[in-house]
Design a protein around this ligand. Structure first.
Ligand code: IPM
Ligand code: MG
Length: 359
């Protein structure tokens, strides 16, 4: 039996209420497996700005560095929207990813059989199922490049953000893309904008060079605008997608909606070691915060990813995922995925139903 230390960062908006459900699930797994989970709560985002004056207090980062894994809810809200860029809640999220060296972000978009009606795409497009893994670069590119404002000669202002990728940054994320493809259907789609961007041309060169080490993987390339279109035209053509930080941010939101709701998609952020950060891909949804309406499934599935990738508990991960599928099959839905004839439940009830199913 093992003891795992887990940093829990609920954050803002719906973060705390969806995290509460994931913790319920973690406690059930604890009981079932006999492993123990020591949970250490800390602040990030807007609540950290209010309490400590900065979106990622150093105590939070230090705590996370000592833990086996980090569970994160969501950050941000209108209260902090007018702060300067580097003081905003979102800056805390970028800083923790960089501070922990988490350069890779896995975002699986899977359609559950029970949720096919919730997808905005026509049944004939998704009826064979959709199972896409977006491998997003997470600590480089435009979100971390130099940015700023300069005065223009007409006494106005101009703003700039820069996209920079080094060969090393591309190679390590591409390698994870190939490795992920090897464990799945051995198809890898690299998404870039190499018809315009120099950083994308380097990206493509590095990916092609690395492909020599993975002869079994069928590699293809797509421009990001075309990929955005192809995702809704025929999502079944995709299996593993590897792409930059910004393109992955955008395409993973799109892929999530194909599955019915952004409230369903978990993510794992990984670096070179086993420790990782697990968070739903949705944001803090301040409009529904505190109303017991949010879908906790993305956060619960993030806990499953944590079991799989950081704690070596594949069985527990499968247990959680199967429980989610069964609860959906029984017809329970949160508001975001509700359809005719379903039983609509709140955040806490959904968490409890999944726990019961795991037991
Ligand atoms: C996400 C979010 C974040 C990102 C924001 C909140 C900084 O959109 O995790 O996808 O862009 O990475
Ligand atoms: Mg996003």
């Amino acid at each position: 039996m093992s003891t795992f230390n887990i940093a829990v960062l609920p954050g803002d908006g719906i973060g705390p209420e969806v995290m509460e459900q994931a913790i319920k699930v973690i406690r059930v797994i604890e009981e079932k497996t006999g492993n123990s989970f020591m949970l250490h709560e800390a602040k990030i985002g807007g609540c950290a700005i209010d309490a400590a004056g900065e979106p990622l207090p150093s105590q939070t980062l230090e705590l996370c560095k000592k833990c086996d894994a980090v569970m994160l809810g969501a950050v941000g809200g209108p209260k902090w929207d007018t702060l300067p860029g580097n003081k905003r809640p979102e800056a805390g999220l970028l800083a923790i990813r960089a501070g922990l060296g988490l350069f890779a972000n896995l975002r699986p978009a899977v359609i559950y059989d029970a949720l096919k009606d919730a997808s905005p795409l026509k049944q004939e497009i998704i009826s064979g199922g959709v199972d896409i893994m977006v491998v997003r670069e997470l600590t480089g590119g435009m979100y971390f490049g130099e940015r700023g404002r300069v005065k223009t000669c007409d006494k106005g202002e101009a703003a700039f953000d820069t996209e920079t990728y080094s060969e090393l940054e591309v190679e390590r994320i591409a390698r994870l893309g190939f490795e992920t493809a090897m464990k799945r259907s051995r198809k890898l789609m690299s998404v870039d904008k190499a018809n315009v961007l120099e950083s994308s041309r380097l990206w493509r060169e590095v990916v092609i060079k690395l492909s020599a080490e993975y002869p079994e993987v069928e590699l293809s390339h797509m421009y990001v605008d075309n990929a955005a279109m192809q995702l809704v035209r025929n999502p079944r053509q995709f299996d593993v997608i590897v792409t930059t930080n910004m393109f992955g941010d955008i395409l993973s939101d799109e892929a999530s909606m194909i599955t019915g709701s952004i409230g369903m998609l978990p993510s794992a952020s990984l670096g070179s070691g086993k420790a990782g950060l697990y968070e739903p891909i949705h944001g803090s949804a301040p409009d529904i915060a505190g109303q017991n309406k949010a879908n906790p499934i993305a956060t619960i599935l993030s806990a499953a990813m944590m079991m799989r990738y950081s704690l070596g508990m594949e069985d527990a991960a499968k247990d959680i995922e199967a429980a989610v599928a069964r609860v959906l099959e029984k017809g329970y839905r949160t508001g975001d995925i509700a359809s005719f004839g379903c039983q609509v439940v709140g955040t806490a009830e959904m968490g409890t139903l999944i726990c019961e199913e795991i037991k």
